[in-house]
Design a binder for this molecule. Structure first.
Ligand code: GAL
Length: 692
């Protein structure tokens, strides 16, 4: 390996707040002013990712003219252009970027600038291999792809800080730059020697003593006891779950510090004028790190809404938007979506005519204030020449252009009505990364998929309501919800247990799903049976859990994959459902128990039940919690609601292939077509935007 040009300590200083040991003690960075943040939400944004660095400057103007022609009002530029901005070490070329930004302004386009730190230039790889990622198997990555950098390399963070500073200096006064995106799609951590040192420093700060660490991870098991911090493993093996859970937290802190380094560099130059976001990518549910934590330093969050193979799955995609909205509990941006098709799916099929529009409106219905296509125009070579785009290699519109133009017309008409509105729900579903990790580490049943478990609850709730919130356990303001559902809250910290108990005592209705309350913060088994710290409040507990190798009877339906035999200990804890003939052990045992606590209620559901049983449970819970349903819509039609500034907006999308008629509870104003109506006809992939 090459020697360092600067001592590590000096690099750490350069990288400022990004020093590894600072990771635990993150203070809040400076944020954009409300005005700068509100720009992200002041209207509906439509645009695409544009790569002017891949084209002769003479082609730019026509690109922008065509963007304006389909109603675009924003472009994202820059996120892969490091080698164009710094062609050789220390030589910066930002003039082209400034010219591209200004030309975009001439065509009415605002700009989000992506920092290029996902694609370090080849000169850096060559000269400073220590900036490269080492994967979990110990292999150092090389050039030719992207994201080959190490998030833990202080030298890489120093380079990132410098390039971002240069960009900010060049663009800080450009009036049409409204925001910044840090890197693109955080994915892999690094296992290089610097990362290892940061890991040890992080552990020391978190635990103070090895005794504490050994106790938390129960290292007496299999003689894992550590007597020196350097003995603690650092790799991506499957090993002690307590250790694995902490590694996840460490990785989160490394990512956060990696981003924070750039956020602080930007803020030092741009002040609080423009918003800062991260594009969290297409795998909304991915759990490589804690996305709530990662979002705390941002003004706005964003993700990529890709369908991939097949067609839009309305519940799953809608729930993913709700998850993303819950990261910051505010509206978000769809920073990328497919203009018809992708290039990476097993079959990269085209969406149906109208489906791209339906996809855009579903996003808005769930709280997106921006929809940007990836990408405007394919590079003539490189890994993604087969991906869908809006114009072809000739720079002329492809067939999808007309549909994107329709979306442009829609957004222009609906923007004012939607500004300042957001989905508002009386119901929240709790999603928790430590619980996701803990269950995934020890699945016990190969088909136990926590996203599917969450969606089992989501579907009947969504059928009843125009908006559902998905929130974190640790900080969500629970008191605003009439009903809170925690489908798989396996890890319950003391603080979360208190919050949930307070919620119930304060009149809230809480439903816990199977596997809840089994583990503490360190992934240690609770010394009290499930739901551990909430068992006393419930007046009942789990006697035994069973992974099921066959369907069993529960109530009037079936349970599969997982079932727990429950018992009651308090006289007022009711049994809502029992198992029928089951596996012998479960026969006749309580499957769902519930206890009224003042005006509140706590319910424990011990099994993964079929749709009909779930619908019965959810209907009962909605009634009991006094949640008023939204009006009914026919099959395949999704009802979405946004409220704010005294406006109530209803968005209807027909995700099916048949025309559907929707009767409205009262006449509403049709924002897209004009006029007032009490009935709407939606063709396949049809959309209606209504004002109550
Ligand atoms: C995204 C990525 C884009 C592009 C796109 C293709 O994940 O951010 O740069 O690769 O996928 O679908």
């Amino acid at each position: 390996m090459k020697t360092f040009a600067l001592p590590l300590a000096a690099l750490a200083l350069l990288a400022g707040a990004a020093a590894p040991h600072a990771a635990l003690a993150q203070t809040a960075p400076q944020k954009a002013t409300a005005a700068a943040r509100d720009v992200a939400h002041e209207r509906l944004w439509l645009g695409s990712a544009w790569y002017p660095e891949q084209w002769p400057e003479s082609a730019w103007e026509e690109d922008l003219r065509l963007m304006q022609g389909h109603g675009a009002n924003v472009v994202r530029i820059g996120e892969y252009a490091w080698s164009r901005m710094e062609p050789t070490e220390g030589q910066y070329e930002m003039d082209w970027l400034v010219r591209a930004v200004r030309l975009a302004g001439k065509y009415g386009m605002k700009v989000v600038i992506g920092t290029p730190t996902d694609t370090p230039p080849a000169w850096m790889t060559q000269k400073y291999p220590d900036t490269l990622q080492v994967d979990g198997s110990g292999k150092r990555l090389g050039h030719g792809g992207r994201r080959q950098f190490s998030i833990s390399s202080q030298r890489y963070r120093a380079f990132a800080r410098t390039i971002v500073t240069k960009m900010a200096e060049a663009l800080k006064d450009e009036p049409n730059v409204i925001g910044w995106q840090i890197g693109n799609e955080p994915t892999d951590e690094s296992y290089d020697p610097e990362a290892r040192a940061a890991w040890v420093a992080w552990l020391k700060q978190r635990y103070g003593t090895l005794d504490k660490l050994n106790a938390a991870w129960t290292t007496a098991y299999w003689s894992q006891t550590y007597t020196d911090w350097e003995q603690v493993p650092f790799n991506n093996d499957k090993a002690n779950p307590g250790w694995m859970l902490e590694l996840k937290r460490f990785i989160t802190s490394q990512w956060r510090a990696f981003h924070r380094n750039q956020i602080d560099a930007l803020r030092a130059v741009i002040g609080d004028k423009q918003f800062i976001t991260i594009n969290f990518g297409g795998l909304g549910w991915a759990n490589r790190f804690d996305r709530y934590d990662m979002n705390r330093d941002l003004d706005v969050t964003s993700w990529d809404d890709y369908v991939g193979m097949g067609h839009l799955k309305p519940y799953r995609n809608g729930a993913t938007h709700d998850l993303v909205r819950g990261w910051k509990r505010q509206n978000f941006w769809v920073m990328e979506t497919q203009p018809g098709f992708v290039n990476w799916a097993p079959v990269s099929n085209m969406l149906y005519p109208g489906e791209t529009r339906a996809l855009a409106w579903q996003a808005v219905g769930h709280g997106a204030d921006a929809v940007l296509y990836w990408q405007w125009r394919n590079a003539l070579n490189g890994q993604e020449t087969m991906h869908g785009s809006i114009v072809g290699p000739d720079g002329k519109p492809l067939p999808i252009y007309t549909e994107v133009q329709q979306i442009g017309r829609d957004f222009a008409k609906a923007s004012a009505a939607l500004a300042g509105t957001t989905p508002v729900s009386p119901v929240a579903i709790v999603q928790d990364y430590p619980s996701r990790w803990a269950i995934d580490f020890q699945l016990h049943h190969k088909d136990y998929d926590q996203i599917e478990v969450l969606l089992d609850y989501y579907r009947p709730l969504k059928d009843a309501l125009g908006a559902i919130d998905v929130v974190e356990a640790a900080e969500a303001p629970l008191a605003r919800y009439k009903l809170v559902v925690a489908p798989s809250l396996n890890v319950i910290t003391e603080a979360t247990a208190r919050r949930l108990a307070d919620y119930v005592r304060g009149g809230g209705h809480l439903i816990l799903g199977p596997r809840s309350g089994m583990k503490d913060e360190y992934d240690r088994l609770e010394p009290v049976r499930q739901p551990g710290p909430l068992a006393a409040l419930l007046g009942g507990q789990v006697e035994q859990f069973y992974a099921l190798d066959e369907e069993i009877a529960v109530g009037s339906g079936k349970a599969s994959i997982w079932a727990e035999a429950l018992s009651t200990s308090a006289p007022d804890t009711e049994v809502l459902l029992r198992y029928g003939q089951a596996n012998g052990w479960l026969d006749g045992k309580p499957a769902v128990i519930s206890r009224k606590v003042g005006k509140g209620r706590i319910t424990y559901v011990g099994a993964l039940v079929d749709d009909a049983v779930m619908k019965g449970l959810i209907d009962g819970a909605l009634n009991d919690a006094g949640v008023a349903r939204d009006f009914a819509v026919p099959e395949d039609v999704e009802l979405m609601t946004r409220e704010g500034e005294g406006r109530e907006i209803v968005i209807l999308v027909n995700h099916g292939r048949e025309t559907r008629e929707v009767s409205l509870p009262a006449a509403m104003t049709d924002v897209l077509a004009g006029g007032r109506m009490a009935k709407v006809t939606l063709a396949a992939e049809g959309v209606a935007v209504l004002r109550r």
